[in-house]
Ligand binder design. Structure first.
Ligand code: OSB
Ligand code: MG
Length: 375
């Protein structure tokens, strides 16, 4: 029986600023969710950004959606299984990142109660997952090349670089020039291109593993037209918010690969549904990243241990993002470019209370009794 939910707003400076086609972030604002019941605790992390750039959700909408709609529904009646939360939250449209933060906390609690690692409950089959690295837009191409050299030396199995108009074909050519055609390389445009842009055809000659989200998130038809013109697989990220989106994308031929992020999809259960449909359709998936702290990162590792995650994910070591991370031990990449799935109960990492406390800017506790709210 879950009888307590706490929200915290944290600000954590990033080790290095991260720049994409929609902007640059120097720190992460994170909503952390803690649920308690039966003397146990579970933790979840929202991936929403401060501003509505990657998605319409923000830190503020996540906070408000949980406070006003999701926490009251969670606390209203006992929940036998985290799988039932989808149904409980169904009347609340959208707000996937908010739902995911709560749902994932409940999964953690459930796995701790069972004394098993979360991966075992989700259907994971791997003790370690292949890891790639996502590198932002840098101040110069030389700086990017240095970055790639550093990350390759750390062992990461593939390199993803962010692109935008003006930072694309020329940059990829220089990366190929320095690292050769054998470097497993992909690009992520975060929806920055227009359907007629010739640049995407030019990228087709670069032997990329895939081109991630080249066009607008709501435009499956143009992605399908583009995929027909390209040999390089298109991977969708922002365009796939639900299992139905995924089915539509595959039916239209809008992509050949899908990026799964539990935050975007509304939690682990929805992610498993997308994973299962992709496996059935022969679509490879990989696990994306949203610059999570070790709490969200640990959740991602458990999910990425499912059998369909055959391509390296954006689940890199803690030290690339936060020093120190909120957890101990930090998440590390092995020399073979894999990251171990934590083996302890739940998400299997130890959350360091002092670090959470120091980064907390705001908190709100809700209990089953005092769950009133103003509506
Ligand atoms: O599009 O995959 C993306 C980070 C923030 C928002 C969107 C994306 C990303 C990344 C970083 O690519 C992945 C990571 O290292 O966590
Ligand atoms: Mg992406």
């Amino acid at each position: 029986m879950i009888d307590f939910l706490e929200l915290r707003l944290l600000r954590l400076p990033l080790v290095r600023p991260f720049e994409t086609s929609f902007g640059r972030v120097a720190s992460r604002t994170i909503v952390l969710v803690t649920v308690r019941g039966d003397g146990l605790e579970g933790w979840g992390e929202s991936v929403a950004d401060a501003d509505p750039l990657y998605s319409g959700e923000t830190v503020d909408t996540v906070w408000r959606a949980i406070e006003r709609y999701l926490a009251p529904r969670l606390l209203a009646a006992p929940i036998a299984d985290a799988r039932d939360l989808g149904e409980r939250f169904r009347a609340v449209r959208g707000h996937h990142m908010a739902k995911a933060a709560v749902e994932m906390a409940v999964w953690d609690l459930q796995a701790r109660r069972d004394g098993r690692p979360l991966s075992a409950l989700l259907g994971g089959v791997r003790a370690a997952v292949p890891s790639g690295v996502s590198i932002g837009i840098e101040a110069s191409v030389d700086a990017l090349l240095e970055r790639i050299a550093i990350e390759r030396a750390a062992g990461y199995q593939r390199v993803k670089i962010k692109i935008k108009p003006g930072w694309d074909v020329g940059v990829v050519e220089r990366v190929r020039g320095r690292f050769g055609d054998d470097l497993p390389l992909m690009v992520d445009a975060n929806a920055a291109y227009q359907p007629g842009d010739r640049v995407l055809e030019a990228l087709d000659a670069q032997g990329l593993l895939m081109i991630e989200q080249p066009l607008a998130e709501d435009d499956l038809v143009e992605h399908a037209a583009l995929q027909r013109r390209l040999r390089t697989p298109i991977c969708l990220d922002e365009s796939v918010d639900t299992p139905a989106d995924m089915a539509a994308a595959v039916a239209l031929g809008a992509c050949r690969i899908v990026n799964i992020k539990p935050g975007r999809l509304g939690g682990h259960a929805a992610s498993i549904a997308v994973h299962d449909r992709c496996v059935a359709a022969g679509i490879p998936v990989w696990h994306g990243g949203m610059l999570e702290s070790g709490i969200g990162r640990a959740h991602n590792l458990h999910l990425a241990s499912l059998p369909g995650f055959t391509l390296p994910g954006d689940i890199a070591a803690s030290e690339r993002y936060f020093q120190p991370d909120l957890i101990e031990p930090p998440i590390r990449v092995a020399a073979d470019g894999t990251v171990a799935v934590p083996a302890g109960p739940g998400i299997g990492v130890t959350i360091v209370p002092d670090r959470v406390e120091r980064a907390t800017e705001r908190r709100l506790a809700t209990t089953a009794r005092a769950r009133g709210g103003s509506h």
